[in-house]
Every structure is written in structure tokens, then in C-alpha cells.
Design a protein around this ligand. Sequence first.
Ligand SMILES: [Zn+2]
Ligand SMILES: [Zn+2]
Length: 77
Amino acid sequence: MNTCEVCGNTYDRTFEVIQEGKSHIFDSFECAIHALAPVCEHCGCRVMGHGVQDEDAIFCCVHCAEESGVAGLRDRQ
Ligand SMILES: [Zn+2]
Ligand SMILES: [Zn+2]
């Protein structure tokens, strides 16, 4: 039994995600996304796919990057 670090649920099927060498325990993907997924700099939605990245900024799509004044990014195929 482990405890989800987001919602505190104690569950026998938690899973571990290692991000940047740090271990995180979750009871669901929803909690993992809540804790680990980056947020689009423009619209604020969680970036769960590849997204597009410019230096440190992450956007959910090229449209959001362009709206924030970042030109020349392409959606990864
Ligand atoms: Zn949870
Ligand atoms: Zn966005």
C-alpha cells in the first residue's frame, strides 16, 4: 500500500514516476498529470502530449506559442 502524493489516497495499485531523478507516487494518471505535466504558457492548459518548447517556455500548440510572440516553432509530428 502506498499513498498518492497529490490526493493522499492510500491504494494498493499506486505507481511510481521518476522525473529528474526524483520519485513520485500516484494512485492515478490524473494525479500524476496534475503534479507533473507542464502548463501551457499562453492558455494555461496542461500539456500532456509533446507540446512545443521554446527555451524554457512550453506551449500546448504552435498557435499558443505564436500568440505569445514566439515565431518559428512547429508542432512535432
Ligand atoms: Zn491521487
Ligand atoms: Zn495553449
